[in-house]
Ligand binder design. Structure first.
Ligand code: OSB
Ligand code: MG
Length: 352
């Protein structure tokens, strides 16, 4: 399906005007169904995989490994998928559906199942953050004002290039007290005085300042900064996170269930957080209601230190395809109590 966006979502990678999404449906022998959202975009600007390539991998590679296969635990999926390299977004779509189905078989919420697996406790009401795309200054201020009214726990602004930091400085001057984050999506360039400019913004954190390959430059910047750097795009595995933290390239990890390859590797990241102590939070991919529900279940675990990019889907879409839609109340989302992700798909979705 393709959902039109209410307003283009602009980052330094691309301008999204619509969101193509695919839902994977799995059925068990008793007829119970599990669903997982495929989070690849239509174009390979943010990740290598796209909706078309990931669907191809699912249909032509993953499906044949999984049909009529018995599972004991959802983690068993990863044993079956071991021969397949990479393709995390394709794997994550299937993995989310397996976890949803497993939770439904247990007649428990996905959040409960994840908390038990991670041997931890969780919240029923989860404070969330919002990510605001690149807009002219006036519109940015109006958008931030609205987000403050909705009591989002943390506001993240996208930025494009060093010069655009002036716009952030103007926003900071206008709102001196809010928890502000910036995501450069790799668009900044190392420059004299950059660290001072960044620290002056008083950010909670700065995400992905330089391009993914600029590990040393990022470590040099982090060494000069009081502000914490956060890695999102370079983190495709637990090993990536440990390496980045140990090399002092960043102090915080934004983890995306889909980019990691699903909830099974996401739980491994939670375990690594417990072992190594780096703070984690849950990133977003402009998901539809089902993808948001998967992330919300994960982000309900007490290990998630900062509000995630789990804004209500009404930020992006006039009409979501999953219900009940999540509505923000006092900057928080309620974890659904139904079994599995707790969301249902609206009827009439096209089958492919
Ligand atoms: O870099 O965090 C990112 C959306 C699409 C692709 C990359 C990113 C984002 C976001 C999260 O900023 C937005 C959201 O899901 O609300
Ligand atoms: Mg990011």
């Amino acid at each position: 399906m393709t959902l039109p966006l209410k307003q283009p979502f602009v980052s330094s990678h691309e301008t999204l005007t619509q969101r193509e999404l695919t839902v994977i449906e799995l059925t068990d022998v008793s007829g119970l169904r599990g669903y997982g959202e495929l989070e690849a975009f239509s174009q390979p600007f943010y990740t290598r995989e796209t909706q078309v390539t990931a669907r191809w991998i699912i249909k032509n590679v993953l499906e044949s490994l999984l049909v009529n296969v018995e599972f004991d635990q959802p983690e068993d999926l990863y044993t079956k998928l071991a021969p397949v390299k990479g393709n995390h977004l394709a794997k994550a779509a299937v993995d989310s559906a397996v976890w949803d189905l497993f939770a439904k078989q247990q007649q428990r919420s996905l959040a409960d199942v994840l908390a038990k697996k991670a041997d931890t406790t969780r919240k029923n009401v989860v404070k969330v953050g919002i990510s605001i795309g690149i807009l002219p200054l006036e519109q940015t201020i109006r958008r931030v004002e609205r987000a403050i009214k909705q009591e989002y726990g943390r506001i993240k602004l996208k930025v494009q290039g060093n010069d655009d930091l002036q716009r952030i400085a103007a926003v900071r001057e206008y709102f001196p007290a809010i928890q502000l984050c910036v995501d450069a999506n790799g668009s900044l360039k190392p420059a004299l005085g950059l660290a001072e400019k960044i620290d002056a913004l008083q950010l909670t954190m700065l995400e992905d300042p330089f391009s993914m390959e600029q590990h040393e430059q990022t470590a040099e910047l982090q060494a000069k900064l009081k502000t914490d750097l956060c890695y999102d795009e370079p983190i495709e595995s637990v090993a990536d996170a440990i390496q980045a933290i140990e090399a002092h390239e960043c102090r915080v990890i934004s983890m995306k269930t889909s980019v990691l390859g699903g909830l099974t590797p996401a739980l491994e990241m939670v375990a690594a957080h417990k072992r190594y102590g780096f703070p984690i939070w849950c990133g977003g991919m402009v998901e539809g209601g089902l993808g948001r529900a998967t992330n919300l279940a994960l982000a309900s675990l007490d290990e998630f230190a900062f509000p995630g990019d789990i804004s209500e889907t009404a930020q992006y879409y006039e009409k979501d395809y999953a219900r009940p839609g999540f509505v923000i109340q006092h900057g928080a989302l309620q974890v659904p109590t139904g079994s599995g992700t707790g969301v249902e798909l609206c009827p009439g979705l096209e089958r492919i």
